[in-house]
Design a protein around this ligand. Structure first.
Ligand code: F6P
Length: 324
């Protein structure tokens, strides 16, 4: 392979820049030409493709967001869109791709290979940590720490006012951010999409806390929880506990996606970026580079897409025990 391209796609995640840097510098080291594609598959379709050098990635290891920008491309889901993307890759002489993103990104890459045989190796970039084939995804650690900082601050005011706070963290289908930030922040309860926590159970926990003179509580709710988002959960609880109970809802939202990546994320991103690049050069295709038990390994896209990455339910049990 003489020329490859790197792009970021889907929701951005802190550490994506460190990953791009590793891909580009790795390619330079191995004497392979490397191009960048802006705005994910949209840029591939529109020919927003440019040569990168070692210098292009100077001074980015510490920056959040992605210098290549990102998008969720609707057009790439169509055969016409993929045809345009392929034409652009041919025009630029690109023989392989490193895709930094999540499930949607890898699903697109797999479809693209079936039609045009362009090999792709992925690096898991998403704050959700919901990809089978890696213990952690790029950006997850930073997102957890951002959420934790907010939870700590909210606890101060919750305690001062004897209030119950419902704090919504990201995770449409995944409770990883909720569990980790909830444990670290000493939450009374954590509600995640993977495990149903009935409203009655939340009410019971709150009542038990009141009987022990606990005056404030933090309940961390993943946005995709089965009982609803934090506002909906709070509303349901309000109907059971009455209007006198002082409750507030805080949705952390996209602050979890930005910011300076933690050391952990920078190191993980560097390993995975170089791992993806070297995998591609060694003939790997349609696989995602991951780190499992501190070992770099490649998992077929089909597995990362189809297989669930179960949460550790014992951690939820621990939250209950530690909040007595
Ligand atoms: O996949 C990452 C993520 O941040 C999810 O946690 C969240 O549900 C989603 O992206 C939000 O996407 P958007 O930025 O497109 O609203």
């Amino acid at each position: 392979m003489k020329r490859l391209a790197v792009f970021t796609s889907g929701g951005d995640a802190p550490g994506m820049n460190a990953c791009i840097r590793a891909v580009v510098r790795g390619a330079v080291y191995h004497g392979v030409e490397v191009f960048g594609i802006r705005r994910g598959y949209n840029g591939m379709i529109n020919g927003d493709i440019f040569p990168m050098t070692s210098h292009s990635v100077s001074n980015i290891v510490q920056r959040g967001g992605t210098i290549l920008k990102s998008a969720r491309s609707k057009e790439f889901m169509t055969p016409e869109g993929r045809k345009k993307a392929h034409d652009q890759l041919l025009k630029h002489g690109i023989e392989g791709l490193v895709a930094i993103g999540g499930n949607g990104t890898f699903t697109g890459a797999l479809k693209f290979f079936e039609e045009y045989q362009i090999p792709t190796v992925g690096a898991p970039g998403t704050i959700d940590n919901d990809l089978y084939g890696t213990d952690y995804t790029i950006g997850f650690d930073t997102a957890v720490n951002t959420a934790l900082e907010a939870i700590d601050k909210i606890r101060d005011t919750a305690d001062s006012h004897d209030r119950i706070f419902f704090i919504e963290v990201m995770g449409r289908d995944s409770g990883y951010i909720a569990i980790q930030s909830g444990i670290a922040g000493g939450a009374e309860m954590v509600m995640v999409p993977e495990v149903l926590t009935p409203i009655s159970e939340v009410v019971e926990t709150l009542k038990q806390g009141w009987s022990r003179s606990k005056s404030s509580s933090i309940i961390v709710v993943a946005e995709g929880d089965e009982e609803g988002n934090a506002a909906e959960v709070a509303e349901k609880i309000r109907t059971q506990v009455g209007v006198d109970v002082d409750m507030r809802v805080t949705t952390l939202g996209h602050i979890q996606r930005g910011g300076i990546p933690t050391a952990y994320d920078r190191i993980l991103a560097s390993r995975l970026g170089l791992g993806a690049l070297e995998g591609l050069l060694n003939g790997e295709k349609n696989v995602m580079a991951g780190v499992v038990n501190n070992e770099l390994l490649y998992t077929p896209f089909i597995d990362t897409i189809k297989l669930p990455k179960p949460i550790n339910e014992d951690l939820l049990r621990m939250v209950r025990i530690l909040s007595v």
